[in-house]
Every structure is written in C-alpha cells, then in structure tokens.
Design a protein around this ligand. Structure first.
Ligand code: 4AD
Ligand code: MG
Length: 430
C-alpha cells in the first residue's frame, strides 16, 4: 500500500510510502534532493547520506531523471514554502533506472515535444493541463445530471453531415458505401430528447478542416446538449450557467494546477456575473466602430473576436446570425427572416468561440426547404425529418468544444497542449 502526494497533509510527522518517478534531482555533498511525482502531485524528498543505510545512498547515486522508485520517509512541513511538504527519506528502492531521458530541462521546440508527446505528458505543465481537463469533464457531467439531463451516447459513424459537407472525413463502410466520422452528435440528440426530454453527449468529433490555428484540431471532444421545449433565450441561459459552473469547479479543485501553470485566476473569478449578449448585426456595427473592416455577412475573424472581447470581463454571446451563413437546422428568427435563432459564445482572453448553439427548425416543410438549400437532401435525412412529423416541439441545444474550454481555463497557448494526443492537419503521431 502506498500513500499519495495529494493526501500528504494528512501525514505530517508520520511515515509514508510513495511510489513514483524521479522528476528532477540535485545533490550537494551528502544531501540529495529528489523531486518525486506519483501522478497525484509533486513533492520534494531529501536523502541525507548520514541518515540512510549505505545501500540506499548508493542507489540514490544511480538515479536518473524518470527512474521509477519507491520511497519510505517521514513527512514534514516545508521550512520555507507555506502549504508545501517534504519527505525525509528513510529508505528507497529502485523499480527501474531510466535511460537518458530525451526531454531535458532545457527548452525544446514544439515539434520535438509533439514527437515525444507520450513522454511530454509527464511534464509538470502538461500534467496540470490534463488535470484541469479532467475537472472540466467531470463538472460538465455534474452540471447536467444535477439538472435532469440524461447522458445519451451518439454514434461516431454517421451517414449524414451535421456541420457542412466540406469538413467531413469519409470512409468506406462494408457494402454501405461512404459514411462519415461525426462532426457533432446534435442530430441524434434531437431524436433522443423526444424520449428523455433533456439530454447531453460527450465524445470525439472530427473535422476535415484545413485550419491551421491555435484553436483548431481535426479530432476533438464535443459536449452537445439538447432540450425539448426550450427556446433561444433559455438556451443561452443554460450555456452561461454551464460555463460559470465549470469555471467555479476548476477554481475550487485546481489551485495547484493553476499555480504550476502560472495562470492568473482573476479573470476566471470575474465571470460569475452575467454574460453580455449582442446580436450579430449589433456586433458588426460595434466592430466597424472599433475599426474592423468586417461587413454584414462576414464571419468574425480572430482579430474581430479579440477586438470585441478585449474590454469585456465576461464572455460575449453573439446571437441571431444571418441565415445564409449557418447550417440548415437553425430556426428562423420570427422577427427577422434573414436571421436565425442561434448563438456563438466568444470567450475572453482570446479564447475564441467556446460554444455554438441554436434553436432548431421544428417545422417539417421549412426544414425540408433548408436541407435542399444546403444541397443535402436524400434518404439519409428522412429519420431526422421524422422528428418533425411525430410530436414536433420547439427545442434548442448547443455544443461546447472541450479543448477550447481547456485552452482558455488553463491559459495554454496552443490547443495542441489541451488534448493528450493531438490530431492536426500535419500530425497524427504518436
Ligand atoms: O460551432 P460548432 O461547429 O457547432 C456544432 O457542431 C453544433 N452541431 C453544436 C450543437 O448545436 N449541438 O462546434 C461547437 C464547438 C465550437 O463552438 C468550438 O468550441 C468547437 O466546437 N470546435 C472546435 N474545437 C477544436 N477544433 C475545431 N476544429 C473545432 N471546431 C469547432
Ligand atoms: Mg460554430
């Protein structure tokens, strides 16, 4: 049995066994300082030559970075750093001596680190980012389960496009011909809510998008949520509460991780207040005043998103976009037939688009028309149209990009650091 570094505070003045890896080490004369990690955290272990058996001191001399060890020692409070602890080693045994570790303390370029992603994951900052990712995932589950949503698993092989036909990965599926890797579970969740009322999914999605930015992956994780009888405004209300809930959970559970990442948490603390809401026409007007050359009908570029949010302490909803820019399933705005009842949620601190959502077209004829306009008509959409034949109701939902959220909350520069094994246009290894 071993004790875990995360629980170390419970063992002050007691003996513990820690099983882990040598993250770092230095020696000065008859004292060796080992920084040990065990998966749950990092701790300094001190070996004094005069206080351990000779064999232990000899073993310590052979240790290398990333060697696997078991340590028996006494826990004490760190003499200088408040809230930190250290272990005075009584005994130490080697599980494996690591070969010379390719990721040294010096700076490495991103390509080298990505080629060694299987090892890079052990670095302190990468560890902290994955821990934050885990809290974002588990708090998303709690948020929905506390509110009566049922988790529904949507398929990955799909016969139809959800988000535009140009960004699909297609594969040959036995005798069925081409099928696609899903871009979003939304259409299937729409079917599921007619059974369970409110549903969410959480899984990998794929975009054959040629975007090479700090915010795009070709494989990423999306959380979709869908609600029967919910309309446009309520949809945004739920998104706002979800983002606030996730951030509050991270602030509560990840203080160590934020400190490792040197993440200033003040901007995260400020988002507990209501988010701003601007319609697309209002946003375009505001951007033009701020000096952007955007015109009505243009997508917001990264600079526009930056310009719009730079003086905001909260994320901004941009809602009611031109119909012509958006996919077939979004419901027309009853007050302006040129617009749809959708929203993007643009994060602060250059987080970019965190969420995309909309009220869905629930009228059969209108939906048939829109599917045709997008050039997507065909038998693959019949099941989706069926939902508008049998008890069709107003309904809305949204999709949150997990890695976008992790990137923002952790303060990571590039989205490639937010997923354990990133897939981008020019990278599918390791
Ligand atoms: O805005 P998107 O394309 O919306 C949908 O897929 C809807 N079907 C969701 C729904 O209504 N249920 O994607 C949702 C989110 C974006 O807001 C963004 O956060 C993220 O997914 N996203 C990406 N993240 C990483 N890499 C990419 N290439 C992404 N594309 C979208
Ligand atoms: Mg979008």
């Amino acid at each position: 049995m071993q004790q875990y570094i995360k629980d170390i505070v419970k063992f002050v003045d007691k003996e513990v066994t820690i099983k882990g890896w040598v993250h770092n080490m230095r020696s000065s004369g008859s004292i060796a300082f080992l920084e040990i990690r065990d998966g749950s955290g990092f701790i300094q272990a001190i070996v004094s030559k005069n206080e351990v058996e000779e064999g232990v001191w000899e073993a310590v001399q052979k240790l290398t970075q990333e060697s696997a060890i078991e340590v028996l020692g006494n826990v004490s409070a760190h003499p200088k750093k408040e809230g930190e602890y250290e272990v005075q080693v009584v005994s130490l045994s080697v599980v494996q001596i690591a070969e010379e570790y390719p990721i040294a303390k010096k700076e490495h370029g991103p390509d080298f680190l990505l080629d060694n992603r299987h090892l890079w994951l052990r670095s302190k900052k990468q560890w902290a980012i994955q821990r934050i990712r885990d809290v974002i995932i588990s708090s998303t589950y709690s948020f929905f389960q506390e509110r009566g949503f049922t988790k529904i698993d949507t398929p990955i092989f799909t016969p139809n496009a959800c988000e535009g036909a140009t960004e699909l990965f297609s594969i040959e599926y036995f005798d069925e011909g081409s099928v696609y890797l899903t871009q979003s579970g939304q259409l299937y969740l729409e079917a599921a809510i007619m059974s369970v009322g409110k549903a969410f999914d959480f899984g990998p999605v794929f975009r054959a998008e040629k975007s090479k930015t700090r915010k795009h992956l070709t494989e990423f994780w999306m959380m979709n949520a869908e609600m029967a009888f919910a309309e446009h405004t309520e949809n945004m209300d739920v998104q706002e509460k979800l983002v606030q809930y996730i951030v509050a959970s991270c602030l509560e559970k990840c203080p160590k991780e934020f400190s490792i990442l040197e993440r200033d948490i003040a901007p995260l603390q400020a988002i507990a207040q209501p988010f701003s809401r601007l319609t697309y026409p209002e946003a375009v007007e505001k951007l033009q005043k701020l000096g952007s050359n955007i015109t009505f009908g243009d997508d917001l570029g990264a600079e526009d998103e930056e310009l719009l949010t730079k003086d905001s302490v909260v994320p901004i909803f941009i809602h009611k976009w031109p119909k012509s820019m958006k996919p077939f399933y979004m419901k027309q705005d009853p007050e302006n037939s040129e617009l749809v009842l959708n929203n993007d949620l643009i994060g602060i601190e250059n987080a970019g688009e965190l969420i995309g959502g909309s009220q869905r077209e629930d009228n059969y004829d209108a939906l048939v028309e829109e599917i045709k306009k997008d050039g997507l008509e065909g038998p693959e959409y019949e099941w989706y149209l069926d939902l508008r034949k049998y008890g069709s109701v107003p309904h809305s939902g949204f999709g949150l990009g997990l890695e976008r959220m992790v990137r923002w909350v952790s303060g990571a520069q590039h989205i490639r650091e937010t997923i354990p094994f990133p897939r981008m246009i020019n990278r599918v290894k390791p």
